[in-house]
Design a binder for this molecule. Sequence first.
Ligand code: FES
Ligand SMILES: [Fe+2]
Length: 372
Amino acid sequence: MSEAARTFLQTNNAPTREPAPDSDLGFLWDFWYPVARSHQIVGRHLATAMLLEVPLVLGRTAAGKAFALGDSCPHRGIPLSYGHFDGQVLQCSYHGWRFDACSGRCVEIPSLTSHDKLKVDRIFAGHYPCEERDGYVWVYMNELGSRLAENVPPAPHLPLFSHKYKITHLACDLPAHVDHGIIGLMDPAHGPFVHQSWFWRSRKSIHEKQKRFEPIPCGFRMSPHSPSSNSAPYQLLKKITGDVVTTTIDFVLPNMRLEEIHSGKLWFSSRATVTPVRRDLCRIDFVAAWNFGLLPVWIFRLFGKTFLRQDQQTMVRQAEGLKHNPNLMLIDDADRPAKWYFGLKANLLESRHTGQPMRHPLEGPVTLHWRS
Ligand code: FES
Ligand SMILES: [Fe+2]
């Protein structure tokens, strides 16, 4: 049977649903992912984006609510982003079917006559829960194509510790599968080689470290500790407050590294997420907030961009090597967090599959040793 005929028959029986996305790409579904910065979604303009290889059309209603629909008309598949949006309803450019932007529900099929029995409101464009936090539009990537989204947890937010603070955002594309992006993010051993900068540290400052880790739900925590003595900004903070500096770093599925630094009343909070776009492309979104006036946003951005560029350049080079499918290694202890990440991912999928509680790859606190 031809594809067109099959589509015709399905449509005749019941409104079709978007086919389940390919789940073998190592993506984690049923999580929130940042898709765009809030300021990129303005007016009646329709933006396009991709998450987990799902093309999306993004917009904002006249009431200011951001929305995300699958960028494919359920009738013949033309991207809905070619359509017209009036602030509430998105009209497909091909046959003019009209969809409520927030629910994806079809509200009108212009070609229907009084002889037609088709229940228009049972037809949906794929739609995904959408929220805004910390200057990002977040989309909940529900594997079942979103209409069945139940128990959607609240979207993530950056922890803040006072009313007044500075905040800044940085982003960077990485030409790699999300797993490589994430294990790069949690990898302590590349610091002295990739991130040598006069303002941060030199390769010579490499020394043995030990860090304590503990399990947290869906992730692990580098227990509160005094940060690396070889990093200049931490030294500076200690000089300013005269207080101890403590930092806590969490990794939480699906893709999130959260860091909090406190010294007296001063605090710094940051989050990096690595979001899968396609199987060979991911994006780091980095947001940081702090309450010490001495650190202007522009200086922070300058340093932050240097950091991200160093990681990006490394991954561009790594991608050259990965094209040839080499065998890879994870070693103890420096790559142990990467092993935990793969463990968490596998155990989460297993628990979703069996309905049993998720096993945690860390049985309890553990101390790791490495040189960096
Ligand atoms: S393809 Fe969208 S209305 Fe026909
Ligand atoms: Fe890095």
